[in-house]
Design a protein around this ligand. Structure first.
Ligand SMILES: [Zn+2]
Length: 247
């Protein structure tokens, strides 16, 4: 292998490590963000439940108020019933009184139903609050661990950036440009090993995209310190060892 390919391999190896470190940083940030989103969702849920409690309590209060005024009306009807002189009037007031009693029972049921819902929603709030508190404690731990890891990874990143700059300076600018373009195109994998399809046949494919590679490219790689690219995927091709081909 020639000096240029040697230098490109060094560059590729540093590039791989750089990407791994960047992915670790990104993955930690994603974990923190996912937890933050979960917390925001729980806080939203609690706010919704509290809103429901407030509304249900308000309707229970309204029912209660209605019941009181109907109780007063009922007392008046009872008094009127005692004062009545004719049977006809008595029967009419009694009907009113009974209707009012039925209505009051219905309203009492509504009060009880509303209060039961308030209780149920309060239990829900308490349970959600416990989950929220746990999530917040975990977030604090994860954030601290993530901050510490990021400091450590940032140092590694800086070191690798320096190494990459050093390795890049060993490569001709035109070759470096080819490398960078292939990196961008293939998520940092700028190089591809040539793979021999059959041990006895001089047929090679690109290890990156599996497209067939012409023999003159193999010959060029064996004889010169050339940069050869796959015509299909543009990765920089290399042979692990000189290929012993029986043509
Ligand atoms: Zn290819």
């Amino acid at each position: 292998m020639g000096a240029t390919l040697d230098a490109l391999h060094r560059l590729q190896s540093i590039e791989n490590r750089l990407r791994t470190v960047r992915e670790q940083i990104e993955s930690r940030r994603k974990t923190v963000h996912a937890r933050q989103r979960r917390i925001a969702k729980l806080e939203h849920e609690i706010a919704d439940i509290r809103n429901t409690i407030q509304q249900t309590q308000a309707s229970a209060d309204r029912f209660e108020l209605d019941r009181k005024s109907r109780d007063e009306h009922l007392a008046k009807l009872r008094e009127a019933l005692n004062r009545t002189k004719s049977n006809k009037e008595y029967a009419a007031i009694l009907t009113q009184l009974n209707t009012e009693k039925v209505d009051i029972l219905k309203i009492e049921d509504s009060v009880l139903a509303a209060l039961a819902k308030v209780d149920e929603e309060k239990k829900k709030t308490a349970a959600t609050q416990i989950t929220l508190d746990k999530e917040k404690a975990q977030l604090a731990e994860v954030t601290q661990a993530s901050t510490e890891a990021e400091t450590r990874l940032a140092a590694q990143l800086k070191d690798l950036d320096d190494q990459r700059a050093q390795a890049a300076s060993q490569v001709a600018p035109s070759v470096l440009a080819i490398f960078e373009r292939a990196c961008e195109r293939h998520d940092g994998e700028a190089m591809a090993r040539l793979e021999q399809v059959h041990p006895k046949r001089a047929e090679f494919v690109c290890g990156g995209c599996s497209m067939s590679i012409p023999l003159e490219i193999i010959n060029a790689l064996q004889s010169r310190d050339d940069v050869q690219q796959c015509q299909s995927c543009s990765r920089i091709l290399y042979l692990d060892a000189p290929a012993s081909v029986v043509v």
